[in-house]
Design a protein around this ligand. Structure first.
Ligand SMILES: Cc1cc2nc3c(=O)[nH]c(=O)nc-3n(C[C@H](O)[C@H](O)[C@H](O)COP(=O)(O)OP(=O)(O)OC[C@H]3O[C@@H](n4cnc5c(N)ncnc54)[C@H](O)[C@@H]3O)c2cc1C
Ligand SMILES: Cc1cc2nc3c(=O)[nH]c(=O)nc-3n(C[C@H](O)[C@H](O)[C@H](O)COP(=O)(O)O)c2cc1C
Ligand code: SF4
Length: 674
């Protein structure tokens, strides 16, 4: 299939590019030190070769105060600019284009010297900002001009001025925050002044051939956010001040609605971009959760936007554009929106990578050369660990046989993809299955690997990727008919009850609760998602927020845990709050700090923290009480003297750890391919 709309030229003003694909800005953790710039250069070069028409770097501060953290990336001096030169150079060598993002964090900075329009502290920050004086505002404006000049000197093709997501400029332009009563606050004209002055100063500092993009907040998604009339007004003024392209910004970091997590439908906020595009005459880019070519092409074809900005999909697959252009969608390793190895890593202070593509930003760690000595490798288990190992081994020239006892590949990930909001997880399985076919891996479905057969076949190595099985606790009444395992429920082997106790509030307990909440009334279609969370993507409501419709399930669901910690404490840093909110809005009850006693016809009996016994009157108990490594073959394999490597759940039973399983598949293939 040819995606003719996506792969057509577009004139951006200072220059043209030959497709409509922007790789969106992502802070990777490597911007902080020039010693990592050669790695960054290689990362961007690969994406330019892979078909990104225009790349935008992660955010770099134009001033000291605008740094994201102490020592956070900043472009302040000629010396700084020189260290950047390798990056645009690498991209230009392969015919690509790259802009530097100028991101001043304002009150979102994680350091004590943060500044903003007012001294109102961000709800997600421990630091109170200093409200700037006239003179100080002028200095920050000049810092943008200085950084843009330096970016051009370093060889970048342009800058993106970050004006959204609740950062510094957005802290001035939005009425949600800026109640100053001087020339920088109060009326829309005054609040927008700094954005226009920054743009004018940047324009004056650079040459005509230098591209200026502004990332404009279309939907602040905070109470009292920017009304649409002001969004349009600002856009027109920015264009008059010299902006060539407008990129969409959706939501602030402190917004209490999901904007990029896996449950956000593809391009869910496109109505706002389409509205802006109708109102202006410069190219406009649409963004957020666009991950497949048909979807991206349709957004250009139907006039939503002129350009498609994708960020994480370029982590998941460096060659996204090249594959899309060739019509090879099935070849694309698709971003599933999990945030587990990208945004979560940023907030954990770890370098960014990708759950489905461990190579991302670690290309040097995992050499791809073919094995000098090819081996016959049996991979036992077709979950994501086994799939990753089989593909990676075959890519390096090994002969691989993959055994899966079920009729389908996917293991626990098949169950994950049944959870409302995790449907995209099926893309990972589609990708692996496609690669297995391309690489001619022998896949034996409905086949439990037997050690004798492996010995007879003469395998050199065994990868034990047999995963996990659900742990069933020892409890009187555990074999009662009302007790079911999470896998039985998710697979559809048993129907959901009406009054349900979910035993175990880890990641799977949360997923099972969401499944029970939404299985009869899905909220994954865009309209349902928007009304569920109270989002007006047309921007008619100020800041794009309306009254959430919410959803109370007909079922009574109680999520139970033995520990006294906050339920969902171990969920992902950037997504845990969404799951907690989702269950709260859905009326899910929590029971914490309890010890389970027994199950009988009346329900689940437990003792509370004071040792008092209670009965939770339910008609179904779902076990989400952990998992155990499936190692039934391990001893036999050892006795047969076969070299065995365990990966994924078979190595360590941890609830939501596809990231480790997939990475171990890569590591193993590298280790066997010297
Ligand atoms: C509801 C749910 C949601 C999840 N969500 C996430 C998430 O958001 N993020 C995340 O990181 N992880 C998530 N996970 C966990 C993730 O799916 C697992 O970490 C991952 O699947 C582990 O992969 P694996 O290949 O090691 O094992 P498994 O997925 O358990 O696969 C093992 C496979 O081996 C097969 N097998 C076993 N023994 C044999 C044998 N002798 N012969 C042949 N075949 C055999 C099994 O049938 C199975 O298909 C979720 C899991 C569930 C259940
Ligand atoms: C790891 C990571 C870092 C990010 N850093 C930035 C940044 O520095 N500047 C910015 O404007 N947006 C940043 N974003 C947001 C992305 O540009 C983008 O808006 C978001 O990921 C949604 O688009 P996607 O679904 O295509 O990934 C970051 C996102 C991620 C995942
Ligand atoms: S870690 Fe998850 S969200 Fe991040 S790029 Fe990879 S698949 Fe996408």
């Amino acid at each position: 299939m040819a995606y003719t709309h996506l792969f057509s030229d577009i004139d951006l003003g200072p220059f043209s590019i030959n497709n409509r694909l922007i790789m969106g800005s992502m802070h990777t953790g490597l911007e902080e030190s020039p010693k990592h710039f050669s790695r960054l250069a290689a990362f961007f070069r690969q994406r330019a070769e892979g078909g990104a028409g225009l790349i935008i770097t992660g955010g770099v501060s134009p001033s000291e105060a605008g740094r994201a953290m102490p020592g956070g990336a900043a472009l302040l001096t000629q010396e700084d600019a020189q260290t950047h030169e390798v990056i645009p150079q690498a991209v230009h060598e392969v015919g690509g284009r790259i802009c530097l993002q100028l991101l001043h964090t304002g009150r979102y900075g994680f350091h004590p010297n943060v500044i903003s329009a007012t001294d109102a502290q961000a709800p997600i920050s421990p630091f109170k900002p200093k409200a700037l004086s006239d003179e100080e505002i002028e200095a920050e404006i000049q810092s943008f001009a200085n950084a843009a000049r330096l970016a051009e000197a370093a060889g970048y093709d342009g800058v993106e001025i970050m004006g959204s997501e609740g950062y510094f400029l957005n802290q001035f332009t939005s009425p949600a925050l800026n109640d100053r009563n001087d020339q920088w606050g109060g009326s829309a004209d005054n609040r927008q002044r700094i954005a226009l002055r920054v743009t004018e100063a940047v324009k004056a500092a650079v040459s005509e051939k230098f591209l200026i993009i502004y990332r404009i907040s279309l939907l602040d998604l905070v109470p009292e956010g920017t009304p649409w009339v002001e969004v349009e007004q600002l856009a027109h003024r920015l264009i008059a001040a010299g902006v060539h392209v407008l990129n969409s910004g959706i939501g602030w970091h402190e917004s209490r609605v999901p904007t990029i997590a896996s449950m956000v439908p593809g391009a869910a906020f496109r109505a706002a971009t389409a509205r802006l595009r109708d109102a202006v005459d410069v190219p406009v880019a649409v963004t957020n959760r666009i991950n497949m070519p048909d979807q991206a092409d349709a957004l250009i074809a139907d006039g939503t936007a002129d350009l498609v900005t994708m960020a994480r999909p370029w982590l998941a697959d460096a060659a996204w554009g090249r594959k899309a252009e060739a019509g090879a969608s099935d070849d694309i390793n698709t971003c599933i929106g999990c945030n587990q190895a990208c945004l979560d890593h940023v907030f954990e202070g770890k370098p960014v990578s990708c759950l489905v593509n461990p190579y991302a930003l670690h290309e040097d760690k995992f050499p791809r050369h073919r094995a000098n000595q090819t081996q016959y490798v049996a991979v036992i288990g077709g979950g994501v660990g086994g799939l990753s190992a089989a593909v990676e081994l075959a890519e390096r020239g090994h002969h691989v046989a993959l055994y899966e006892q079920q009729s389908r590949l996917g293991g626990q990930f098949l169950l994950a993809a049944r959870v409302p909001g995790k449907e995209d997880y099926a893309h990972t399985l589609r990708y692996f299955e496609h690669r297995l076919a391309e690489l001619d891996v022998r896949v034996h479905l409905n086949t439990r690997a037997e050690v004798d057969d492996l010995v007879q076949a003469g395998v050199d190595q065994v990868v034990l990727a047999s995963g996990v099985t659900a742990r069933v606790p020892e409890l009187p009444g555990i074999d009662h008919a009302m007790v079911v395992r999470y896998d039985q429920l998710l697979r559809g082997d048993v129907a959901p009850g009406q009054r349900i106790a979910v035993m175990g509030a880890g990641g799977i307990g949360f997923d099972v609760s969401e499944f029970l909440l939404h299985v009869d009334a899905p909220v994954q279609e865009t309209e349902a998602f928007l009304s569920h969370w109270g989002i007006d993507a047309t921007g008619e409501a100020p800041g794009g927020l309306t009254r959430p419709k919410g959803q109370h399930a007909d079922r009574e669901i109680t999520l139970c845990q033995r520990s006294t910690t906050k339920p969902g404490k171990k969920l992902g840093k950037t997504t845990g709050w969404i799951h907690r909110l989702q269950l709260r809005n859905g009326g899910v009850q929590h029971l914490t700090g309890i010890s389970y006693s027994h199950v009988d016809d009346q329900g689940l009996w437990y003792d509370d923290a004071n040792g008092e016994r209670h009965c939770l009157s339910v008609d179904q108990v779902v076990l989400c009480t952990g998992q155990e490594s499936e190692l039934s073959l391990a001893d036999e394999l050892a006795q047969a003297g076969l070299p065995v490597t365990r990966i994924g759940g078979a190595d360590k039973a941890a609830e939501l750890d596809a990231k480790r399983a997939i990475r171990q598949g890569v590591e193993l293939a590298v280790a066997l391919s010297h």
